[in-house]
Design a protein around this ligand. Structure first.
Ligand SMILES: Cc1ncc(COP(=O)(O)O)c(C=O)c1O
Length: 489
């Protein structure tokens, strides 16, 4: 055997490694071929000689050659031996232009849309603790009930649940959601109008892929949930920020003169300011969308938790013309990591959406969907929501009390009537981004309100405080840490 090759292989195999000899030899020979140390046409030693020189089993050597041959690195010529294959590109490729100086971090390798997605990325590294907005108390989830239901489903070994889901989701879950919406929201829809997704993010992604073209304008509330704006931008759509007042989204006459393809809003609990869209504004939006053939997505992310009166009726209930797509999920009412949400789509596009979701995402998770269906049908969702509503209301009250005890009425509080968060205004002199950064350094997570606006010029300062995942006893002490940060700003 070629002694240089044998020595080289031996030296590398002598280095400590947890990988089996077979895999290491394959990798060493592949690297040698790719880097040109073993040229095309080079005859490799016979497997018997390779085994003897390296002190390995003959079978291992044969296996190595078979693997290299299967991946195209070598070719076996009958009766003659194993040769390095010629894998150099057949055509001369044009030489690449010298790269200009580019920013570090790989951003230059992304597409324009990819860059926008990353530049706007807003997911926090920590998703738990005082006062992380949008996170429910997952420790209260009745996992014993879930486990019991799930075990029963697995025990019965329903194989049809282990393949790809039929478009739109597991039919019994679609029925359970339709029933739940009828009872809890007064929404009437057929189970076929329910499209099960992995959450509101995916619902909006599906809707914009099916209903919008690149470059289309989409009205979004200003401020709005950053995730929605980012989804639109990364899909090549054009979000148009529409100011929000006490009655919800309020387009200017100039904006009204230029109808969008789609309108995305949070009528039951504006995110993040917390106002409820007035009936007059709802009717105006519906009428406007009907007249101009625009779609409306109603994002109803947390309105099960309304303190005082019951949940408000959705905008979708007023829709006579099949223009509204209602989206919600189990992220806030159960736990976000479940990643199950749903859309209620107009009858006319229900089949198309079911086809679209199967085509775009190849849905699955039917065991989880079956468990959730039984969880809802068994009344466990409704009772969990009832229990959590009481708990969150106590936490909300404790936070309001801590704010009142500290600032009396000097700082405004918005949006405390529903949901899992409220907005605390700041003194004029304080920069909310700076306060949020300092709070994080002190161990308190808050979001700066200004970051939710399309532009800082129109932005109002404030802090978004989530109270749902903070045990009541931690609210006052955590707020006193935040108070020190605010007062030092
Ligand atoms: C207004 C709004 N819409 C949608 C979502 C995302 O929901 P999901 O977890 O269902 O994707 C959030 C998450 O916080 C939200 O605040």
């Amino acid at each position: 055997m070629n002694s240089v090759l044998a020595e080289w292989l031996k030296a590398h195999l002598a280095e400590p490694s947890d990988d089996p000899t077979y895999r290491r030899l394959v990798r060493l020979l592949q690297t040698s071929i790719l880097e040109g140390r073993l040229a095309p046409g080079f005859r490799l030693p016979a497997s018997r000689a390779l085994a003897a020189d390296l002190g390995i089993a003959r079978n291992t050597a044969i296996q190595v050659y078979e693997q290299l041959q299967a991946e195209g690195y070598v070719e076996a010529r009958t009766g003659s031996g194993t040769y390095v294959a010629d894998t150099r590109p057949a055509k001369r490729l044009p030489t690449a232009l010298a790269p200009a100086r580019r920013p570090a971090g790989g951003m230059h390798r992304l597409s324009e849309r990819g860059r926008r997605t990353i530049e706007l990325a807003g997911v926090a590294r920590t998703q738990w603790g005082a006062f992380m907005p949008g996170v429910p108390d997952v420790t209260e989830f009745p996992s014993h009930v879930w486990t019991r239901l799930q075990n029963r489903i697995w025990r019965h070994g329903r194989h049809e649940l282990m393949t790809y889901a039929p478009g739109g989701g597991y039919p019994p879950l679609r029925r359970a959601i339709a029933n739940y919406l009828r009872v809890s929201r007064g929404t009437t829809c057929a189970p076929e109008q329910i499209i099960v997704t992995t959450g509101i993010h995916q619902s909006i992604d599906l809707a914009i892929r099916l209903l919008c073209d690149v470059g289309d304008e989409v009205w979004v509330e200003d401020p709005c949930y950053w995730g929605v704006r980012n989804l639109l931008l990364s899909s090549g759509l054009n979000p148009v920020p529409i100011a929000v007042d006490a009655e919800g989204m309020n387009p200017s006459p100039r904006q009204l003169s230029r109808p969008p393809r789609l309108i995305i809003c949070t009528p039951s609990h504006q995110y993040p300011l917390g106002c409820v869209m007035s009936l007059q504004r709802r009717r105006m939006l519906l009428e406007y969308a009907r007249a101009h053939g625009a779609w409306i997505i109603e994002d109803d992310y947390d309105s099960e938790f309304r303190y005082g009166v019951g949940p408000l009726a959705p905008l979708q209930g007023l829709d006579q013309d099949g223009q509204v797509i209602y989206v919600s999920s189990f992220s806030k009412v159960l736990f976000p990591g479940m990643r199950v949400g749903y859309m209620v789509v107009p009858e006319a596009i229900a089949d198309l959406c079911a086809k679209g979701i199967a085509e775009l995402y190849r849905e699955g998770q039917m065991m989880a969907q079956a468990t959730l269906g039984e969880f809802i049908d068994g009344g466990h969702l409704a009772s969990h929501i009832r229990r959590m509503r009481t708990l969150y209301q106590q936490r909300r009250d404790a936070l309001l009390q801590a704010i009142q005890d500290t600032y009396e009425d000097r700082l405004p509080v918005l949006g405390g009537d529903a949901g899992l968060h409220l907005v605390l205004g700041l003194p004029d002199t304080a920069d909310d981004t700076d306060v949020a950064r300092r709070a994080e350094a002190a161990g308190i997570m808050v979001r700066a309100l200004s970051g939710y606006y399309a532009s800082r010029r129109a932005a109002r300062g404030g802090l978004i405080l989530g109270y749902a995942c903070v045990p009541q006893a931690r609210i006052e002490p955590s707020f006193s840490v935040l108070r020190d940060v605010i007062d030092a700003a």
